[in-house]
Structures are given as C-alpha cells and as structure tokens.
Design a protein around this ligand. Structure first.
Ligand code: NI
Length: 256
C-alpha cells in the first residue's frame, strides 16, 4: 500500500477526470493521498475532495509564490480548515526566492504564522523551499526550540548535509519524481541516507512527473515509480519501501 503525501488533485488540470485519476491510483494500491492546497481557492477544493473521498486527506496552506495577494483573512480561512478532521497538515507553506524574491519579507511573515498554526492545532507542516534553504533552516531551527515543531520537507531538493540538518530538527524528508531523473545527483544521495523511519514519498502531481514520464502530466499512481527508484537506490524491496513510507506518513499525519 502506498501513500502519496503530496498531490494537487485540486489543480485545474484534474477537474474533468478526478474520479478516474483516483480510481486508477486506488487500483494500483495507492490507497492514501494528501491533497495539498496552496491558495484560498485550492484550499477550498482540497477540503471538498477530502470530504467526499475515503482515505483522501487535505492540507491547507498559503504558498510563498502566491503570497503577494494574500491577507490575514486568508490565514483565518486556513485556521478554520485546520479545525476539521479531514485537514491533516498545514501547507504547503515555506519560502521560495526562485520564483519570487520581491516578497521575501511577506513570505517569511506568513511562513512563521503558519508554523504557529501548526503548533496550535498540532498538525504537521508541509514545507516548500526553493533557493531559500538557509533562511528556511534558520526559521525552523528557532521554531524547533520548544519541541513542538513537526512537519515534512516536501520534494526535498537540497544536499544530503542539509537533509541531515532538517532531520535533526525532527522533520521528515519527502522525495518525489526528481529521484528518478536520469541526471539526479542530490536526491539519490538523500534517498540513501534518510533513516527509513523518516522517509515519505510523493508525486507533487500534476508537476514533476517521474522518468519516463518527465514533462508529462503527473498523477498519484506514479508514486509507485518513486518508491521503485528508492528501493533500487537503497537495495530494499519495494514492498518494504511502501510499508515504511506509508506507516511513517500515517504517524506524521496522525491517521488511525
Ligand atoms: Ni506542491
């Protein structure tokens, strides 16, 4: 059984074929899926999809790339979703200086606020970081001091040294399609060293389809390809990768 811990089934591209995509995943034993919100509209849709499908859960958050048009009333909406059982995480949230450097200060402000919400509702963070790894680390390091920090570095793209630093803060590491890419270097090193009880898998669909579907539409069924790549890198069998990563995710997201 597989757990795709990061899927954007709330993306527009899935509007017309959502049920088929979910059925295809379930038939391939991708039994658990987190639908991850990133702005007010996709948070609402994630909530709706999770409420109407068994074993699909929602994450509610405000993505750093879209932070420009965000106000505190949107944060209040996120908080309202966090009061519901179908919402298992806060995010995706974090820092992204690659797509948007001008909003740095506002990104940091909203990241910190979402960390506070994560602690208040004891629901883990789903953290996005791009070209901002040191700032993200510094903020998370500060936030870890009270022992209440919990979350996952989603589609982790940093070095193995940085992975170890985030693991030290008590965070999980999630790997997706890039670990299967022909030119992958760092994700493969990271896949080797993350303790098996701290590893999650994801697709980040519709983005980042794994090899040999790179550049095409990604979907939750492909999380098996990610698991396969990790199994081969770690010289494990895929069933064990599936069992560990599913149990890790169920523990982090507090599913019974
Ligand atoms: Ni994402």
């Amino acid at each position: 059984m597989f757990y795709d811990t990061h899927a954007h089934l709330n993306a527009e591209v899935f509007t017309d074929n959502l049920e088929d995509i979910i059925k295809e995943a379930n038939e391939a034993l991708v039994s658990y899926i987190n639908v991850v919100g990133f702005d007010p509209k996709t948070n609402e849709l994630a909530n709706k999809i999770a409420k109407t499908h068994e074993f699909i859960y929602a994450s509610s958050g405000l993505h750093p790339v879209d932070i420009e048009n965000i106000s505190l009333s949107h944060l209040k909406e996120v908080e309202d979703y966090l009061k519901q059982d179908v919402t298992v995480a806060v995010g995706e949230c974090g820092l992204d200086y690659y797509w948007n450097k001008e909003t740095k200060a506002k990104q940091i402000k909203y990241f910190k606020k979402q960390i506070e919400l994560s602690k208040k509702y004891q629901k883990p963070l789903i953290i996005h970081v791009r070209d901002a790894i040191q700032d993200a680390y510094d903020i998370l390091y500060e936030a870890s001091k009270d022992g209440l920090l919990q979350g996952v570095m989603h589609c982790f793209s940093g070095s193995k040294e940085m992975a170890l630093e985030f693991l030290d803060l008590g965070l999980y590491i999630s790997l997706g399609g890039p670990v299967t890419f022909k030119n992958a270097v760092e994700p493969i090193e990271v896949a080797k060293i993350v303790p098996i009880d701290k590893l999650l898998i994801e697709t980040d669909c519709p983005y980042l389809a794994p090899h040999p579907y790179r550049g095409k539409l990604n979907k939750p069924v492909y999380v098996k390809i990610v698991a396969e790549a990790i199994a081969s890198i770690r010289e494990m069998n895929i069933e064990d990768v599936a069992t560990y990563t599913t149990n890790n995710a169920k523990k982090l997201f507090k599913l019974n």
